[in-house]
Design a protein around this ligand. Structure first.
Ligand code: PRX
Length: 636
């Protein structure tokens, strides 16, 4: 492996220039010198944003797990690949070396093969944050199966939708999941989901919580005995560079989630190169990302990015508040963590607690702090900087998306200085632009616009599973010949980007991307509900909370309203998961609509934000009178 480590600003500028002036040459060199290929590519990049079609390293053959594991065995066989920190701090941690990881992934691969899984098949993984999750992901990749990890906080309905969408035949899950002092019965959730998924013929189960489960004959099998019997060698499947590596669902502007499809080679190059440089990972470092592997952050920066760089990556099963609010910092001290990557919502929640929870622990090992998933406000940034980083750790505020596969805009420790609330500059190879409302690129600085990218990068998602037209409509149709991110951004006089938030129907709550449409669909299933509209309102800890305007079919007795609110939130929990519950529910006599019947969310948003002075002209609405009625009801 060559040294693809960016060392200083000059190095960054030089590399950035080459990546833009001659992207093919630049990425070919990175790819050639830092990965193992079974065969090299015929062409580096073929693309057309109008189709859209994006292909990197076409003709190449590789297996990403050989890059994540096998090639490290010479030098790093005994190095710890994964440190597993259990939910219960009294349970002993587990350290899995690269050699052990190799064996465990191979065994899991052989089990999957023995159950008939073949190259190209989709496998659904619904597991807590235990080593078997990372191992299952890698086992799929080893045999060329496409993994679809579903976050184990999603409900049975949400799980079923995802299983059906990509036609998974096999599900890997566990008896349960520990979260703080609770046990979630994952098996029951899977059973319920599978009532609607007759095509699933096999469920493999990890024993984690040891709570009682029943096994469905012929369908359910415990993994432990199968793994014990399985062989320790499994030849890695030769994969084409553009073969799908995984599908990961993200919310969109309709009720149906979008299964973003990531490729093998491009994704690998993007995840590895960004990990190394944005965290400035050094060979002996201990790196910890607190995300769940159920989200893209976990895919790219717990599993693939770190392992591709032979790093030691910490996997934490629990929650930041258990057994108390010092847990994160206790873990940092315990393993002498060097790079720590988390979400603003966690920072804000912890900043509300006593500093004693922080000051009890020795955090001197920390070198780099990271933030991801939503804009980080100045107060949270300062708290992170002062109390966790002790003013000596650079903070990387990393902007990216499920769709982008890897980090797109970020500072780089000791290379590009961070600036509170700014993601700062584009990473190497990334060409962001701001567009105005007329679809014209804004060239000057100190402006706000819609954030787009004008040139492909290796880890961009290639399509939406089963719906290429939707991929085109969502990302490549708003602005001609550009990838549209759905975010707004400000660019300051130095060219630094500050992400201002979503400009579409997605609301980010506690770092989770939630579409308003699926939540409204869930609410509208209630017998009493005629229609509904969801908007986001700023929230101290969660970033945004959900505010629902609900128009009922008929008036209800005020004493029954709370009961109805609970029923509505219950429906949302069932259909999506508890993360999508509404914080505030207002029963309103109607929703403001345009003459063509479109709900005017902009107005509803302003009312929820208490900004009723500049609602604009409402006289052209179909039902202008409703606006004042809602204002009078809500703003007392
Ligand atoms: O709005 C942006 C926000 O999260 C969205 C992507 O969400 P998701 O696909 O779930 O991926 C999250 C983890 C990469 C973006 O469109 N977002 C992500 N990172 C930042 C951010 N907003 C501001 N600053 C960030 N650093």
């Amino acid at each position: 492996m060559s040294d693809y480590h960016i060392k200083n600003l000059e190095d960054y500028s030089k590399n950035y220039k080459s990546s833009v002036n001659n992207p093919e040459k630049f990425w070919a060199e990175i790819a050639k010198n830092n990965f193992v290929w079974k065969r090299e590519w015929n062409s580096v990049l073929n693309w057309d944003f109008n189709k859209p079609e994006i292909k990197w390293f076409e003709g190449a053959i590789l297996n990403i797990t050989e890059n994540c594991i096998d090639r490290h065995l010479d030098k790093h066989a005994n190095k710890t690949a994964i440190v597993f920190e259990p939910n219960d701090e009294n349970e002993k941690e587990k350290k899995i070396s690269y050699k052990e990881l190799y064996i465990r992934v191979n065994k899991m691969s052989n089990v999957l093969k023995s159950k008939g899984v073949k190259k190209g098949d989709r496998v659904c993984i619904y597991l807590p944050m235990i080593p078997e999750l990372a191992i299952s992901v890698l086992a799929c990749a080893r045999i060329g199966a496409i993994h679809s990890v579903v976050f184990a906080g999603f409900s049975s309905t949400a799980l079923a939708t995802r299983i059906i969408d990509c036609d998974c035949r096999l599900v890997i899950t566990s008896d349960g999941s520990f979260r703080g002092n609770k046990i979630l019965d994952l098996k029951a959730i899977v059973d319920k989901a599978l009532d609607n998924c007759p095509q699933v013929s096999k469920v493999l189960l990890v024993n984690r919580t040891k709570n009682k489960i029943s096994l469905k004959k012929d369908r359910d099998e415990l993994l432990a005995p199968l793994l014990q019997e399985a062989k320790e060698e499994c030849v890695a499947e030769p994969m084409q560079s553009e073969d799908p590596l995984f599908i990961l669902y993200t919310s969109g502007s309709t009720g149906k989630p979008k299964g973003m499809v990531h490729s093998t080679a491009g994704y690998m190059v993007g995840a590895a190169y960004t990990f190394k440089n944005i965290f400035q990972y050094g060979d002996e470092d201990i790196y910890w990302c607190t995300a769940d592997i159920g989200w893209v952050t976990g895919h790219s920066y717990i599993v693939y990015g770190p392992l591709l760089n032979a790093a030691t990556t910490v996997m934490f099963e629990g929650v930041p508040s258990y057994p108390d609010f010092g847990r994160f910092w206790k873990i940092v001290e315990k393993y002498r963590v060097n790079q720590f990557y988390t979400a603003p919502t966690a920072i804000r929640a912890l900043a509300k607690e006593s500093l004693d929870f922080v000051n009890k622990y020795n955090l001197s090992s920390l070198k780099v702090l990271g933030s991801v998933g939503e804009p980080i406000n100045e107060e949270a940034w300062n708290w992170y900087n002062n109390h966790i980083g002790k003013n000596k750790c650079p903070i990387v505020d990393t902007w990216w998306q499920t769709e982008t596969g890897s980090i797109m805009i970020s500072s780089i420790p000791n290379v590009i200085k961070g600036k509170a609330t700014f993601a700062t500059l584009p990473f190497i190879g990334i060409q962001p632009v701001l567009m105005d409302n007329n679809g014209k690129e804004i060239l000057e600085n100190s402006v706000e616009g819609r954030l787009c990218v004008k040139f492909p990068w290796p880890s961009i998602a290639r399509t939406i599973w089963g719906d290429h037209q939707r991929y085109k409509d969502t990302y490549f149709s708003t602005f001609e010949n550009h990838y549209f991110t759905g975010d707004g951004s400000y660019r300051d006089d130095q060219g630094y980007y500050r992400i201002t938030g979503r400009v579409d129907d997605v609301i980010i709550v506690s770092g989770h991307n939630l579409g308003t449409a699926p939540i409204e669909d869930a609410i509208n299933e209630h017998n009493e509900v005629a229609e509904s509209a969801i908007v986001g309102v700023p929230h101290e800890v969660k970033g945004n909370s959900l505010f629902g305007y609900i128009n009922l079919k008929s008036k209800i007795d005020p004493t029954k309203q709370n009961q109805l609110r609970n029923e509505i939130n219950g429906l949302i929990s069932n259909q999506i998961g508890p993360i999508a519950k509404l914080d505030q529910i207002e029963f309103v006599p109607g929703l403001p609509k345009t003459r063509s019947g479109k709900i005017m969310r902009r107005i509803l948003r302003k009312i929820a934000h208490n900004e009723v002075d500049n609602l604009g002209d409402v006289s052209t609405l179909l039902n202008p009178e409703i606006v004042n009625q809602i204002i009078n009801q809500i703003i007392k």
